[in-house]
Design a protein around this ligand. Structure first.
Ligand code: HEM
Length: 206
């Protein structure tokens, strides 16, 4: 089904395969370049939105690759570590940037709990907390040291996705509008993941 799309994207796929190492360096470079934004509160919302977009890209890549058989996604799969470092750095710049501005807010009860429910700050905080070990172990050294446990640890990405959706939904709620989009995306993701776990694929057999 994806043959025409794969054919159309063949030059991109070949470029990704040829320059994979450099594209990886590029994402690590982007991560370092995004760090100064921690001191620019006017970009705080943008870095949060970009962290979410990059997270979605990482989450859907295996589904596009394994379930749909999109070859450019297959070429990008080995770069998930580097793209993950970029996502983690953006999430850190966004969340920690806010906390650097208002550190005392962490000690205030309303940071965690308001109107009888958990706040969007708390959901974001826990999403960020889960992101940090993933960020620190997104390298070959940690992969070798952790062995099989690396994969188990990196399943925490599902938790980051769920907590980020809670964060976004509660932000919408605080402004009296319903954020349905991220919830639907999360449902689509888990449907795709179930197909992947069951080995269901639209890929043509070789
Ligand atoms: C300590 C952790 C965090 C704090 C304190 C925090 C705080 C905030 C704040 C204050 C906003 C702006 C809300 C507004 O527009 O009124 C925001 C927006 C946002 N944050 Fe976070 N955040 C945290 C972690 C995260 C993480 C880890 C992600 C994603 C991986 C994330 C994604 C977003 C997104 C996508 C928005 C824009 C939502 C929208 O306007 O629809 N945040 N966050």
């Amino acid at each position: 089904m994806l043959t025409p799309i794969n054919e159309f994207l063949r030059p991109v796929e070949e470029t990704v395969r040829k320059y994979q190492k450099y594209i990886g360096y590029f994402f690590v470079g982007l991560s370092f370049a995004s760090l100064p934004f921690i001191f620019l509160p006017e970009f705080q919302k943008d870095t949060g939105e970009q962290a979410w977009n990059v997270l979605l890209f990482i989450l859907f890549l295996p589904i596009l690759s394994k379930v749909l058989g999109l070859r450019v996604a297959q070429a990008l799969m080995p770069l998930r570590k580097e793209i993950g470092i970029f996502m983690g750095t953006l999430a850190f710049v966004h969340g920690a940037g806010y906390l650097f501005q208002y550190p005392e807010f962490l000690l205030d009860g309303v940071f965690w709990w308001q109107n009888g429910m958990v706040t969007y700050f708390a959901a974001g905080f826990f999403a960020l907390l889960l992101t940090i070990p993933l960020l620190l172990t997104s390298n070959l050294w940690a992969m070798k040291k952790l062995g099989k446990n690396w994969k188990k640890l990196h399943r925490a990405t599902y938790g980051v996705a769920i907590l980020t959706v809670v964060h976004i939904v509660l932000i919408g709620w605080s402004k009296d509008h319903a954020e349905i989009g991220p919830v639907l995306i999360l449902v689509a993701y888990f449907i795709g993941k179930t197909l992947e776990w069951k080995g269901i694929t639209l890929k043509k057999p070789h």
